[in-house]
Structure formats: C-alpha cells, structure tokens
Design a binder for this molecule. Structure first.
Ligand SMILES: [Cu+2]
Length: 211
C-alpha cells in the first residue's frame, strides 16, 4: 500500500477514535436532559410515572406518562430529597422550592415553585401531562438533579397555599441526568406548532399549590 495513503488512513481513523470520546466527555459534565422514574410506594405498588425534563430558555419543559394510578386527579411536585427509601416516601422531605429555602419557605411565597401540576388519570389509571417549570435548571444552585418527583393521592388544593393538601405519596422517583438522545424530541414542539402555547401550562403551575 502506498505509504502516504496508509498514513493518511491511520490519521483519519485515529481522529475518529479521539473525537468521539472527547465529545462525550464534554456533554457528560453538562446535563442536557433529566428523567425521573417514579415507582409506587408500599400502599400503591402499581403506581408508576416517568417524567422527562429538557431545558428551554424559559425553564424546564417536561412531559409525563403515568399508569397504575387511581382514576382522577393527582398533584405531583418536586420534593427536596432524592430519597425514596421510606415505604411511604416521606424520606423525600418537603417540597423543593426553586426560590429561597425549601425547609423554611419565605413568608410571602404563594405557591410551590416545584409544582408540576396534576396528573389526571383515566378509568384505566393512565395519565399524560406536560408543562414548563419556570426558573428550573439542570445545573447550578437550584438544579433539580438529585431531587425527587412525588405523585400524590389527591388533587392539589389551591385553598391551602403554600403547602396545600394533596394527600399521601403514591409514587416517588429520583431525578437523574438523562441521555439527551432519549428525550431528543422537543416536548413542546408539536404543541407550539399547533398553537397551544407554553404560557398556558406556566399559568396553570403558577396558579396552584399543594402538599
Ligand atoms: Cu408534593
């Protein structure tokens, strides 16, 4: 084989081997997506929910699929500790507030900033939801990575801000870093094209609070 050609091929092959890991290493330290896989607590073992988060300029967009829920509304929120070890998931602690303290919420806080809204389960126990969490991030001081998603027994109760009364915890999942390829489709893209905008979902979240 021509020496120059062989050398050239080796160089190309070498570059390919070097560049792929370098790219992966760069992304590895820069979360581009997150996921929480919530499993049922002891009292509701069939409950299951998957929440996928992707960053947008306005906050984190999320899409949720759940099944095994009792028919009806279920408030669901971010909680402060990524610890689902307790049989009733109380180990996940209180709500995770994206503004100020979670353990000692500011006196003027009028809603749970980590409120994901409500899952509305059909007769089969299946639910889908989507929304936007304003100010939420995948990195930095108020990163949601390592926190928990809790699906509650009941609907959010906006008459009881900021802690509300959504009842017991039916599913709990820790939020981890996800392969961006697994959540590559922009969750809100189709809706944006159809004219359903993110602001509606934001307003929904801002208007409610819960346990
Ligand atoms: Cu909650």
């Amino acid at each position: 084989m021509n020496t120059y050609l062989a050398t050239g091929l080796l160089a190309v092959a070498g570059a390919a081997f070097v560049s792929a890991p370098a790219l992966a290493a760069k992304n590895e330290d820069k979360p581009q997506a997150a996921i929480a896989v919530a499993d049922g607590t002891k009292a509701t073992p069939a409950a299951h929910a998957v929440v996928r988060f992707t960053p947008t300029q306005k906050g984190l967009a999320y899409t949720t699929e759940a099944h095994g829920l009792t028919p009806g509304k279920h408030g669901y929120h971010l909680h402060i500790y990524g610890d689902c070890s307790a049989a009733d998931a109380t180990s996940a602690g209180t709500h995770y507030n994206l503004k100020g303290s979670s353990l000692n919420p500011p006196a003027d806080i009028d809603r749970i900033t980590g409120n994901l809204g409500e899952l509305v389960a059909d007769a089969n126990g299946d639910a889908r939801d989507k929304g936007l969490l304003p100010n939420a991030k995948l990195k930095g001081k108020k990163s949601i990575i390592g926190r928990a998603v809790i699906v509650h027994e009941k609907a959010n109760d906006p008459s009881q801000p900021p802690i509300g009364a959504a009842g017991s915890r039916q599913a709990c999942g820790v939020i981890g870093i996800a392969d961006p390829a697994s959540v590559s489709a922009p969750p809100m893209a189709d809706d944006d094209a159809a004219g359903n905008n993110i602001a509606d979902e934001t307003a929904k979240n801002e208007g409610s609070s819960a346990e």
